[in-house]
Write a protein that binds this ligand. Structure first.
Ligand SMILES: [Zn+2]
Length: 90
């Protein structure tokens, strides 16, 4: 499940850092999809840090490493997730 937002990535990053600091069980993921014309063929790429995402985009010139379609850099999703391994340790 996800929601679209117009909040800038920088603002979200700040929010995530604050939240992650307050809640050690909260993880973040950055997801970018390619814009393959066949909708079922879009490839998702997942990163745990914004730095990894940036490096991937630079390395591949913002193109999909699977099919070569441009990556949808204007629609990067940020996911929050509970770190299950941390919860199990309790
Ligand atoms: Zn692709």
């Amino acid at each position: 499940m996800y929601r679209k937002t117009r909040i800038s990535v920088d603002t979200i990053q700040d929010l995530l850092i604050d939240l992650s600091f307050n809640c050690p069980y909260l993880g973040t993921k950055f997801i970018v999809f390619c814009k393959n014309e066949e909708h079922e063929m879009t490839h998702p790429f997942e990163f745990t840090t914004r730095k990894e995402l940036k490096e991937f985009l630079l390395l591949n010139s913002s193109n999909c490493s699977e099919c070569g379609a441009p990556l949808d850099v204007n629609n990067i999703r940020v996911n929050f997730y509970k770190k299950q391994e941390m919860l199990k340790a309790l």
